[in-house]
Design a protein around this ligand. Structure first.
Ligand code: SAH
Ligand code: SF4
Length: 350
């Protein structure tokens, strides 16, 4: 069957022609083809990582943001949100808790908070690296200039997550106000690569206005960038944004994309994201992992601010989605034949 051959070629050549990618993204892809993608992706994941799932502790350092992305609950025009910024001491307390629980990567994520300077970020990275020399620090703090990224790297930050969101400029302007620029975002990704970060990018699946052709463009862009990490999750509306009335993205398509990305990037760190777990409670994480993901990022933010980091509605941040639920998460993964690993989990080229 032609589709099966496409999947075999995607595995072998790690890319396909644009039209072929679009075919694999079609809503009418036969169930057997989707199953074959999942199975091949799981085989590759197993070959590279075994049954080991890497864990990252997610610390949501601030929900203040100067931007106005139409999809995101942290956008500056959302007046319904109680805004917070964690002090360095509180961030270090999260790290202490996480380190005890076995985390060896901390991900500092937040809005683009104008009050958070380059110096602030450098200092917190330095403190974490001083107190915990054996951990990796991942930053996910949006767009900066090249010098800033170089300073973060110099301070010891290892990895940076910055989803490109969409590689199509028409689609980009459907998701962002005119003052934001796709060119700058892509430039940032180049800088991150140049300054030596393990660089993560990605998209939301089913974002308003997204077509299969857009996603194919995203995949081809990523094939050129060669990211070390890829974050994809379904779009989920937030009731206090211009996209309040939009539909959520498809869990099925998200899973299919995870599998396609695993075939394209065998060594990449690909999380089963919180958004996937939110839309498919109790199953999303494991399904993502069995379809090619190799990372989970439990929430390590102070419990009293978790509800305020409201990217989208009903965001999962409790129970097995939280760092304090790690032993229950481990049990659930074990039932699926997977095992949490406490290794640092840097990217390795395969
Ligand atoms: N400010 C930083 C990091 C925080 S947002 C940045 O924008 O890069 C982190 C990610 O959350 C974004 O890249 C986006 O892809 C995702 N996100 C935001 N709103 C979302 C929504 N409504 N549904 C699903 N994912 C969303
Ligand atoms: Fe700010 Fe990031 Fe949300 Fe955009 S997606 S509003 S940059 S936090």
């Amino acid at each position: 069957m032609r589709i099966n051959q496409l999947i075999e070629r995607l595995e072998r050549e790690r890319t396909l022609e644009r039209e072929e990618l679009i075919e694999l993204l079609s809503p009418s892809l036969p169930g057997e083809a989707a199953a074959m993608l999942r199975q091949k992706a799981r085989e590759v994941t197993d070959r590279v990582f075994g049954n080991r799932v890497r864990i990252r502790g997610l610390i949501e350092v601030t929900n203040v943001c100067r931007n106005n992305c139409y999809y995101c609950g942290l956008r500056k025009s959302n007046r319904t949100l109680r805004r917070y910024t964690l002090t360095p001491d509180r961030i270090l307390e999260c790290c202490a808790k996480g380190y005890d629980a076995g985390f060896r990567t901390f991900v500092l994520q937040g809005g683009e908070n104008p009050a958070m300077t380059r110096r602030d970020v450098v200092e917190i990275v330095e403190s974490i690296k001083r107190d915990y020399p054996d951990v990796a620090v991942t930053l996910s703090l949006g767009e900066w200039e090249r010098d800033d990224y170089a300073a973060f790297r110099q301070a010891g930050a290892d990895r940076y997550l910055l989803r490109h969101e969409t590689r199509d400029s028409g689609h980009y302007s459907r998701l962002h106000p005119p003052e934001m620029s796709l060119t700058h975002r892509l430039q940032c990704l180049e800088w991150l690569k140049e300054t030596g970060f393990q660089t993560g990018t990605g998209i939301m699946v089913g974002a308003p206005g997204q077509t299969a052709a857009n996603i194919a463009t995203d995949l081809l862009y990523m094939a050129g960038l060669k990211p070390e990490m890829i974050g994809i999750g379904p779009f989920i509306p937030n009731g206090s944004t211009p996209f309040a009335g939009e539909k959520s993205g498809s869990v099925e398509l998200t899973i299919r994309l995870i599998s396609m990305l695993r075939l394209m990037f065998p060594g990449a760190n690909i999380p089963a994201t919180t958004a996937l777990a939110t839309l498919s409670p109790g199953r999303g994480r494991v399904e993502g992992l069995l379809a090619g993901a190799n990372v989970v990022m439990p929430n390590l933010s102070p419990p009293e601010v978790r509800a305020d980091y409201a990217l989208y509605d009903n965001k999962a941040a409790w129970g097995i989605e939280a760092a304090e639920g790690i032993s229950r998460l481990a049990d659930e993964l074990r039932r699926a034949g997977l095992e949490i690993t406490k290794e640092k989990g840097d990217f390795e080229n395969v």
